[in-house]
Ligand binder design. Structure first.
Ligand code: IPE
Ligand code: IPE
Ligand code: MG
Length: 246
């Protein structure tokens, strides 16, 4: 078996990086190709980035693959994005499992097709014991939807008499979110030059450092990830406190 590659986590390495993988459509348009071509190339960028994150010693990588608003796209494009999830998870699962990657999927599963649900279950159960890199794919995910579903769960527990309303605090509420098992992201990267969250990790990103990268997602690679980590390393995180030097 291949030796695991050395990891290079330093004090400035974010424990959790979240990425809004944006710009596939524009990348394809620049080449006069259909948007789905850009999405397929985006999967290659995802493969590179997962590998790079492992090599750089990042513990948690969360990627935005399909938003609750992406249903507004033409049905052919939506189908292509679902096909790519199928393809990525099915094709890469063996390798991810072997390399110590734990796969999770967050987002609303209520209306997903049965075969997608099975693929997700298989990936999660197969990699449950892994802990080298925690890869979380946000699929049919929206931050507002996630918070609303969490509120519903908390309300159900109140109704069932398991908790009282006063038990709900910013701290305790986090356990109802899809990300209950994950630390909050330290660094949130969005590619393609857009500077917005588009409903990604609204709760969790409260104190994430936001880095907006001009490159389109299919062109993203290890160097680009390292560059974002360097920008992160120069930031000063205060969490609402004050700078003792000022
Ligand atoms: C990101 O690329 C992939 C998804 C949203 C699923 P886009 O498809 O949004 O590409 P642009 O932003 O139109 O270039
Ligand atoms: C966010 O990108 C969703 C994903 C990357 C999966 P969009 O391309 O859908 O966001 P907007 O529409 O530009 O805000
Ligand atoms: Mg986009």
């Amino acid at each position: 078996m291949a030796q695991p590659s050395p990891t290079h986590a330093t004090a400035a390495t974010p424990r959790h990086i979240a990425i809004i993988m944006d710009g596939n459509g524009r990348w394809a348009r620049q080449r006069a190709r259909p948007r789905t071509f850009g999405h397929a190339e985006g999967v290659e960028a995802l493969r590179r980035t997962v590998e790079a994150a492992g090599e750089l010693g990042v513990g948690y990588l969360t990627v935005f693959g399909f938003s609750t608003e992406n249903w507004r796209r033409p049905v052919e494009e939506v189908n292509a994005l679902f096909d790519l999830l199928r393809l990525y998870v099915v094709r890469d699962l063996d390798r991810l499992a072997r390399e110590g990657v734990r796969v999770r999927v967050i987002g609303d599963r209520a209306n997903l097709q049965k075969d997608i649900l099975e693929i997700i279950d298989r990936a999660e159960s197969r990699t449950r014991a892994n802990d080298k890199l925690n890869l979380t794919i946000a699929f049919n995910y929206g931050g507002q939807d996630e918070i609303a579903r969490a509120a519903r769960r908390a309300a159900e527990e109140v109704k069932a008499g398991k908790i009282v309303p006063e038990d709900i605090t910013a701290q305790s509420f986090a356990r109802y979110l899809d990300t209950a098992e994950l630390p909050p992201p330290d660094l949130l990267v969005r590619t393609s030059g857009e500077s917005r969250l588009s409903n990604f990790m609204l709760w969790q990103a409260a104190y994430a450092e936001l880095v907006f990268v001009d490159r389109l997602w299919p062109d993203f690679d290890k160097n680009a990830l390292q560059a974002a980590i360097e920008v992160y390393g120069r930031r000063e995180r205060r969490y609402g406190g004050s700078d003792p030097a000022s």
